[in-house]
Design a protein around this ligand. Structure first.
Ligand code: TXA
Ligand code: MG
Length: 340
């Protein structure tokens, strides 16, 4: 495919400029891809009912075609166009968490293209809590199929410049709405079977969901060789450098830094004292006191920065597993070559 010109336009995320949104929606209507911010990470969107446009996404990302896409909606009518029937349990979850970082997997209607669902009979839907995303979907007058806007297996994009790093020359437009709020992708919950099942961890936790609908099965780890969420079987969120997840706080980190000192390790940590890691090439602080909210927000951008400055090894201190910290821990461990 020949390189195309990629335009980046700054958009006001509190009050998106109509003219820019109209331009982006025009591209969507004519079957192109547009990158846009959501509250979790940037997405790479195409008209969900246009199989040709959706295939362009897989091409741009280098994504295996057996991994289905999440469809983003801006109002409930769009959900009815996508699913046979909204399951009873979905309603209180939608009321509580939409718009927001929760994707619900339900039985799809026939008209949803196989390209979106990877040939499966379910579709994952979410209503993002972001004004630019909502305006773009509404103005496009169609739901948007949108994966995270990174090259397949790379860390997700939480800033427009990350999207450019991966998508320059491959897509016509990136809407730049600044840094994303949450920084890890949405929670994915499967409501298509008898028992609700968690397929991917996110800011909304299993407990948060259980408070509303009762018991939920955890299928986020590979079980008996079968993966429920196809996306979970691939290497994910991986920097170019060797990423090592370091549990056990400062003392283990000091040991790890010493062990890797010949490789000029980069350290990603929660401890702020100066000169704590004399053998480290560079130290990035994710937040104070294992603050998981700030860490989740910064993590992907920090590992991309380590990569950009040529790191061979990145040692990452494990965050607290409270709230979104558990999802962050999950992402770090999936991107890691080793856990010590
Ligand atoms: O926060 C997010 O969810 C971001 C933003 C852009 O909305 N999107 C995102 O999409 O993370 P992606 O494609 O990178 O990850 C989607 C995940 C994959 O693990 C995929 O396998 C799973 O959701 N998924 C999507 N549709 C599914 C379905 N019908 N059944 C099971 N898993 C599904
Ligand atoms: Mg992704």
């Amino acid at each position: 495919m020949k390189n195309i010109n990629t335009e980046i336009i700054k958009v006001n995320s509190k009050n998106p400029e109509n003219k820019i949104i109209r331009k982006a929606a025009y591209l969507i209507r004519k079957g192109d891809i547009v990158a846009f911010p959501t509250e979790t990470v940037y997405g790479l969107g195409a008209n969900a009912f246009d199989a040709r446009a959706v295939k362009k996404i897989f091409h741009a990302k280098g994504r295996p075609s057996d991994n289905p896409l999440i469809v983003h909606i801006s109002d409930m009518r769009m959900a009815n166009d996508l699913v046979e029937e909204i399951p009873k349990r979905a309603i209180p979850l939608m009321e509580k968490f939409w718009p927001g970082p929760l994707t619900l997997v339900m039985k799809k209607k026939k008209n949803v293209p196989d390209a979106v669902t990877a040939g499966g009979n379910t579709v994952g839907i979410r209503m993002p809590n972001h004004k630019i995303a909502l305006a773009l979907i509404a103005q496009s007058r169609t739901p948007l199929a949108a994966p995270s806007a990174n090259t397949s297996t790379r860390p997700s994009a939480t800033e427009a410049k990350h999207v450019r790093e991966d998508m320059e020359g491959k897509i016509p437009l990136i809407l730049d709405g600044g840094r994303t709020q949450i920084g890890v992708e949405s929670t994915v919950l499967d409501l298509s079977g008898h028992i609700p099942a968690l397929l991917r961890k996110g800011k909304i936790t299993k407990k948060d969901i259980e408070k509303i609908i009762g018991p939920v099965a955890d299928r986020t780890q590979k079980t008996r060789g079968r993966v429920k969420s196809p996306g979970q079987k691939y290497m994910h969120y991986a920097p170019k450098a060797e990423l090592v997840l370091v549990r056990g706080g400062v003392r283990s980190m000091r040991n790890a830094v010493r062990e890797f000192r010949k490789k000029d390790p980069y350290v990603v940590t929660f401890s702020e004292r100066k000169n704590m890691y004399p053998f480290a090439k560079k130290v990035f602080v994710l937040g104070k006191g294992k603050d998981e909210i700030s860490a989740a927000k910064k993590f992907f951008s920090v590992v991309r920065r380590c990569d950009a400055s040529g790191a061979d090894v990145i040692l990452v201190e494990a965050p607290s597993r409270r709230g979104v910290g558990d999802a962050l821990y999950d992402r770090i461990s999936r991107g890691a070559k080793r856990i010590v």
